[in-house]
Design a binder for this molecule. Sequence first.
Ligand SMILES: O=c1ccn([C@H]2C[C@H](O)[C@@H](COP(=O)(O)OP(=O)(O)OP(=O)(O)O)O2)c(=O)[nH]1
Length: 151
Amino acid sequence: MTHVLRVQRLPHGADLPLPRYETAGAAGMDLIAANPADDPIILAPLERKLVPTGLIIQLEQGFEAQVRPRSGLAFKHGVTVLNAPGTIDADYRGEVQVLLVNLGAEAFTITRGMRIAQMIIAPVTTAEIVEVVAVNHTSRAAGGFGSTGMN
Ligand SMILES: O=c1ccn([C@H]2C[C@H](O)[C@@H](COP(=O)(O)OP(=O)(O)OP(=O)(O)O)O2)c(=O)[nH]1
């Protein structure tokens, strides 16, 4: 299924590549850090910061974009997306930003052009809310939080 994703590059991201799929079967396209070249973002251990991408996107109605971590950054450096998956709404017209957190033991430096996260386009199901006096009965009833056993 092809989705037309309209992308506007902001002035501070004008020279950065557009998001693209790295392989034919990739689910996500990489998001690139658009902080100034002379202003690296340093994440101390346990620190979180918003990283600009220099992009505004226009999704088709009925879709969202999810901002997800890159496995390599998480594995090698403990750097991940704090609010993963971040949600980009179809009607959002601000800059896409990535909330990174450093869960590693060492400081991590984000330089302009670094691939920091990936973006997945996904369909959204919009629910119609119907209030009822009582929801229907099931054999599970209220069982949860390990009620079927912990292993
Ligand atoms: O990782 C993210 C998550 C969100 N956003 C932008 C797009 C999204 O449409 C908007 C609002 O996000 P969300 O609904 O998750 O945030 P909120 O805290 O509920 O804020 P709001 O009151 O603006 O909805 O912020 C990003 O740029 N990156």
